[in-house]
Design a protein around this ligand. Sequence first.
Ligand code: PEP
Ligand code: MG
Length: 756
Amino acid sequence: MAATPINPAGPRLLLRRMREVMASPQPPQQKLDQMVRVIANNMVAEVCSIYLVRAGDILELFATVGLNPEAVHKTNLRVGEGLIGEIAARGVPLNLADAQSHPNFAYRPETGEDIYHSLMGVPVIRGGRVLGVLAVQNVTQRLYTEEEVEAMQTVAMVLAELVGSGELIDPSEVHEGTFAQGHPPKIDGVVLADGIAIGQVVLHEPRVQVTRLIAEDEAEEGRRLDAALGELRSSLDNLLDISDLGIEGDHFEVLETYRMFANDRGWIEKIRDAIRGGLTAEAAVQRVQVDNRVRMAKVSDTYLRERLSDLDDLANRLIRHLMGLHSGGGPDMPEHTVVVARNLGPTELLDYDRTRLRGLILAEGTPSSHVAIIAKALGIPVIGQVEGIVGRVDPGDQIIVDAMTAQVFLLPTQDVVELYEEALALREQRRLAYAQHRHLPAVTRDGVDIALLINAGLLVDLPHLEESGAHGIGLFRTEFQFMVGATFPRHEAQRELYSRVLDAAGDRPVVFRTLDIGSDKVVPFMDRPREENPALGWRAIRMGLDRPALLRYQLRALLAATPGRELRVMFPLVANVAEFLAAKSILDKEMRRHVRVGRQPPSRLLVGTMLEVPALAWQLDALIPSVDFVSIGSNDLMQYLFAADRGNTMLTDRYDILSPPALSFLSMIIAKLHGAGVPVSLCGEAAGKPLEAMTLIGLGLRSLSMTPSSIGPVKEMIRSLDVGKLRAYLSTLLTLPDQSLRGKLTNFARDHGVEL
Ligand code: PEP
Ligand code: MG
């Protein structure tokens, strides 16, 4: 059936009339009543109705012209029931010339709608939630044009503002409304840093609420759009220029895509069309953004989804330019803030006021990414890989981060909030109990002593040393000082940090790892080449050896910080003995120079290496004579062992450290080093997880370095463990063909009363 608009001037006129209705001083219900009359008139439809979602996913008829007026506030449909329910459930428009022949048609006698054949309905969406449905019907079999459907969607946007204002329905009920595309209010993700948080959403790149929807002057809106597009492009160019300097190297591709989108004619033309339809420039951008989101929800191809979500971000930026707003968290963060972002760099996390930041939810992210490591150090729970989270929340929404079971609860009901408040209180009690146990030794039931150390990198970590009762700092990531600063930390700043760390540690050991820059550890002020595979690229000790001035500069600061004290230096990402010896000889030379110029040397110098490149494990015999200690970096070691990028979300659950190949490999390394009397520790994320820590102790490790909040739970596990029994059991597992031994080891722990 051919679709020709019945009233070609309609859409513009309709918007103007809607503006008058919205601006009129009448009560909201009367506005709705007037709206349906205006729409029916304009669209030449016999029926126009508004259904709104009430608590419990019920769609209630709120206003109608054409249906039986007695049915208003009486007719209820479930979301998903009938055609109106289907529009609400799927969050997409329906345009049917013969509605009654549709399999989902549900007749409600009280409405008297049996005589109407055609139906066109659109969802009323705000912040990703379906708040209701706006529909028109005709007696004849009429197919509405695309322009008419679009006009209805624009009206639905205006209506969404009226509903969102809370004047029609209690805001708490609106918040319980159903979700576009049937999104459930509970979404699963992956735990990146454990813990629980209850708070209000702060969008990392906040979506702006557009309030001025209808334009006074079309030409002026066109000019505003042009100006904002100009600003948007130049702000992206600025970012790209910075990237050319290597500052945002990893984001180069993303920015390049953004720039492409910012010049995309199709996108800009759609926005101009919406302006021609009578919207303000910002409302026009938002209007096109809503369409884009609907497309996004339907697309399953990951690459395309990413691109569409880039376009979504870009639309947000453009709206901010149009409204003269700046991006960023802002000073008025709620007391209990949960930041929601697509992804976040470690430095961006640190930009937020840590006294108010309770949790973080990312659409991307992996457990060994550095944002996760920093969040752990700060005790901030993080859930990652929560698909589409950014589009599903509004700033200020209440949200629960359950980073124990990897669940996010959007707009939770009161009883759920109460449950989590209780869980939080319990965790606090446990934390206090751990604090009280901090002086108890980490010794197993069969009398094996385990040294528990913390991983640190910032001054904020130092109080944890005392609070956790740790034996010392097993890994001090010196690159963090570089990552969080705006400029290169000079000698004095480096020396000062190292001294303060040693002061805080007292007579407890501290292992300083030299700069581990590169891959995902981006240092803002350093020029770096673009690399095809940064994790396999020019990073860590490779940089230190190729640019020895940088390494020497740091070693001098370390020597200057340790007169008369013990200094432990460790080199990162050493792949073979030659690299270790080369780095060690630079250190020896600096030590000689230090003494030659009359400075007091450290009382003792211990030189160790990270073992995080598998090749080094096959050269232990050659390494042993010249190394004082070894620390296994399981985060990198596992990524290189399994050839699985530690930052790739698609691989997170694919390979397990608790598997025969990984555990056999670790067992070989530990046995060899122990056999030669070389102290060996493990400082990757695995050390801080009770089940993994139990297994590592079973393999023979007697020293583990972890995030400070893990010391309590790991110590509790150790004090309930019988290592002898575990060792015997483990030896039966290492030759199995299993993908993972996690289940078997969990069962062992349960059967033997090990506290996990
Ligand atoms: C590791 O790779 O396990 C490690 C501790 O180093 P980082 O996480 O800093 O790369
Ligand atoms: Mg590493």
